[in-house]
Design a protein around this ligand. Structure first.
Ligand code: SAH
Length: 388
């Protein structure tokens, strides 16, 4: 197939040669003629050598997102996309136990060489995000694959034309359902829940917490679904408090607890501002604290402010946690690197004046892979700290 050419300026082909999928408009010498938003284009160097294929977005400074590298594919059709999805599924089959975990991310954008595409599976329901005009053309191919290979009967679609978070059911329709994660059960509401319904990226970190929570008094701050709380009880924690500023979230935590264990008097879902809660709680009340706040910054310009937010909650937790306590602390802000996060946590430890050791360093679960060529895909970072 001869796709329209997008030619890069001399010396601006390095990043595409290094398989970085983003082409910025400033690097482009010649735009393809007569093709519109969402078209497939062949990215070429100044000499005309084809470096790969991508979706064109002429209005954006991120003018092209590449989904393949090297010589031109013969034809990019439904079978091509299905093969890519098949590869994504094979990877999950390899790395996850899909008999105990029915909620997982099937496609993680650049991490699966599908920029703009995020697909989460919850049993026979799928949440699909197609964030560019080019990827919106894949709707039918994706739907076909999900029905055929995974028996999906409900598909909720969010596209770039809708407001953030808003979408439509293109197949079936469902309100709330439950799914399994490491053998534990959780409710998810794909259409109205936060993110695409559930924070799947923390799966392995929750399993780690389960293995370390026996006999502990746990505070789960910024708890949303209470998933960390459920794992804590499953791991033998003596008590767990789930704190979230949203009343619906605090209630969801309690419902998830009951879904797994029936009435659970050792758990409390508390609607409160976690900053205030950490400030006012008694010292030594908890010997395991989880801090999993929302991204305090979505933009590079507010990194400083976000850093202060992270420092504040970590400082309070370190001042109050019982001796021998474990602090599970996270940042999911893309603009806070793991180095910076560690520095922030260092600052908090130093101000708290406690002996703090790093027990584990954490990242996102393997169904949220990071292409080595696209380090921007790394967003979740966490530390398990031992505080004496
Ligand atoms: N740990 C959760 C995900 C947390 S998402 C899980 O594993 O599923 C972040 C949560 O923080 C959201 O539910 C949001 O309602 C809550 N939140 C935001 N600001 C808050 C604040 N100031 N105090 C308490 N909760 C807050």
């Amino acid at each position: 197939m001869n796709y329209p050419r997008l030619v890069l300026k001399s010396g601006r082909d390095r990043s595409a040669r290094n398989r970085h999928p983003w082409i910025y408009s400033g690097a482009v010498k010649e735009r393809p003629a007569k093709v519109g938003d969402g078209a497939i284009v062949a990215v070429c160097d100044n000499e005309g050598e084809v470096l790969g294929l991508g979706h064109y977005a002429p209005q954006s400074t991120l003018i092209c997102r590449m989904f393949s590298f090297g010589k031109e594919e013969s034809e990019v059709n439904a079978a091509y996309w299905e093969a890519k999805l098949g590869k994504a599924l094979a990877y999950r089959n390899q790395l996850l136990d899909l008999s105990a975990t029915t909620g997982y991310r099937l496609v993680h954008a650049e991490g699966d060489s599908l920029p703009g595409v995020v697909i989460d599976i919850y049993g026979d329901a799928a949440s699909v995000q197609l964030r560019t005009v080019g990827t919106a053309h894949l709707t039918a191919a994706i739907q076909g694959f999900l029905q055929k290979e995974l028996g999906v009967q409900h598909m909720y679609l969010r596209t770039e034309t809708k407001e953030e978070g808003e979408g439509t059911w293109v197949l079936g329709q469902e309100q709330e359902r439950s799914f399994q994660e490491n053998g534990l059960s959780f409710y998810v509401d794909i259409a109205t829940g936060q993110k695409t319904g559930f924070f799947l990226d923390q799966r392995d970190n929750r399993a780690l917490l389960k293995s370390m929570s026996k006999g502990r008094s746990v505070l789960n701050a910024f708890s949303y679904s209470g998933a960390f709380s459920v794992y804590a009880i499953a791991g033998g924690a003596v008590s767990v408090d789930s704190v979230d500023i949203s009343a619906a979230a605090a209630e969801l935590a309690t419902r998830n607890m009951e879904l797994n264990f029936g009435p659970t008097p050792s758990h409390q879902g508390i609607k409160a501002d976690a900053f205030k809660f950490l400030q006012e709680m008694e010292k030594d009340a908890y010997d395991l604290i989880v801090l999993d706040p929302p991204a305090f910054t979505k933009h590079i310009s507010t990194v400083q402010k976000a850093a202060r937010g992270y420092k504040e909650i970590n400082l309070k937790a370190m001042q109050k946690i019982a001796s021998g306590g474990l602090l599970f602390t996270y940042s999911c802000s893309q603009h806070i690197s793991s180095d910076l996060f560690r520095k922030i946590v260092f600052g908090a430890a130093s101000d708290a004046g406690r002996e703090v050791r790093i027990v584990h360093q954490m990242s996102q679960a393997p169904d949220h892979p990071i292409s080595i060529y696209h380090p921007e895909g790394e967003y979740l970072k966490g530390l398990v700290l031992h505080v004496d």
